[in-house]
Design a protein around this ligand. Structure first.
Ligand SMILES: Cc1ncc(COP(=O)(O)O)c(C=O)c1O
Length: 345
């Protein structure tokens, strides 16, 4: 038998790459999207869940019936819940109250126990989803805390899989990689591998308006005045993640909620790719980058598309939600009239 797996975990990794033909056509470079939604849990986080849990198994930290605990905006939770089912572990997750009800229902459908915590409190507040996960981990016997923000195996998962896949898929011709940074693991691990192969590859991190990562990269300082709440999930932080290798990143581009939302919708309409909100963010970052940097037809740009749009139907794919945010299509000022008409239908 060919292309048959013992269980769902055999489908993790080896995600496809597709060329973008419309949304970035004004940029002379060839632009490819690495579709992490093709993982069985529909996001890049499947890779780290499997890698970190199997590393813990090798160290004898997990036995049947152990509990796996994590803080997650959703995607890591789906992946841990999926791996836990197959391997026979319990799964407890703390999530931010920005997380939509359908994501929480999805996590529960995969057998996870979910704690909902306020997003607006500082990371060290006992009510924050970081502190809640830490407390549960301390109180639960026979458990491990994945701790994706500070776990170097998060980087290693991508160093061992995502980075080599991108290198092979582009025949070593990649010149730029763009990735959203939440924990930083996806971009850091991929960049570490790719820079070892070719130190000239440019690595561009995508940060959110309201997050501290871009300024920290540029100044080495946290500017608390930059912190404000924003809608894009999984991108940017109000703390400095240990899984983010700042020295592997050449530059950060900061994007806002509105531009990223419209860009997500545009990618669906023009490329027929239903991506998550950060898919729009990473394309928006390339478009902003191209306004300030010279790109040529020789450049091969890879954008990591972290997850699938089906998780955002009542958010960025809902016209009502877009209107509630006060988004005014200002983000479309640079787009062409055809797209505006399509959106208004
Ligand atoms: C939707 C989405 N995009 C991007 C990211 C960023 O990935 P990483 O944590 O590897 O930096 C995440 C992480 O949570 C995410 O959930």
């Amino acid at each position: 038998m060919t292309n048959v797996h013992d269980n769902i975990l055999g489908l993790i990794g080896n995600t496809p790459m597709v060329r973008l033909n419309q949304v970035t056509k004004h940029i002379p470079a060839k632009v490819y999207a690495k579709l992490e939604s093709s993982n069985p849990g529909h996001s890049t986080k499947d890779r780290i869940a499997l890698h970190i849990i199997e590393a813990a198994e090798k160290r004898g930290l997990l036995t049947p019936g152990s509990t796996i605990i994590e803080t997650t905006s959703g995607n890591t939770g789906f992946s841990i819940a999926m791996v836990s089912i197959i391997k026979g572990y319990k799964c407890i997750l703390s999530v931010s109250d920005k997380t939509k009800p359908e994501k929480i229902a999805y996590l529960k459908a995969l057998g996870a126990k979910v704690y909902i915590c306020p997003a607006s409190v500082p990371a060290d507040d006992p009510r924050s989803y970081y502190e809640v996960a830490k407390r549960i981990a301390k109180e639960t016997p026979n458990s491990i805390y994945i701790n994706q923000y500070f776990n170097e195996l998060n980087i290693d998962a991508h160093y061992q899989s995502t980075g080599p896949e991108i290198w092979e898929q582009t025949d070593g011709k990649i010149t730029h990689i763009f990735g959203c940074t939440g924990t930083g693991g996806t971009l850091s691990g991929s960049a570490k591998f790719l820079k070892e192969k070719n130190p000239d590859i440019k690595v561009i991190g995508v940060d959110a308006d309201g997050s501290i990562l871009k300024t920290y990269h540029e100044t080495g300082k946290v500017d608390e005045s930059e912190i404000h709440s924003y809608q894009i999930e999984g991108l940017g932080k109000n703390l400095i993640p240990g899984a983010l290798l700042f020295d592997k990143i050449d530059e950060f581009v900061r994007v806002n909620d509105e531009d990223s939302a419209y860009r997500t919708r545009e990618i669906a309409l023009r490329e027929a790719i239903m991506g998550g909100y950060t898919t729009g963010a990473v394309v928006q970052a390339l478009i902003q980058y191209a306004q300030n940097n010279t790109l040529t037809e020789k450049d091969i740009i890879v954008l990591i598309f972290p997850d699938h749009g089906s998780r955002y139907i009542s958010k960025v794919y809902s016209d009502d939600w877009m209107a509630e945010q006060g988004f005014s299509k200002n983000g479309f000022s640079s787009y062409d009239a055809v797209l505006k008409t399509e959106m208004e239908k």
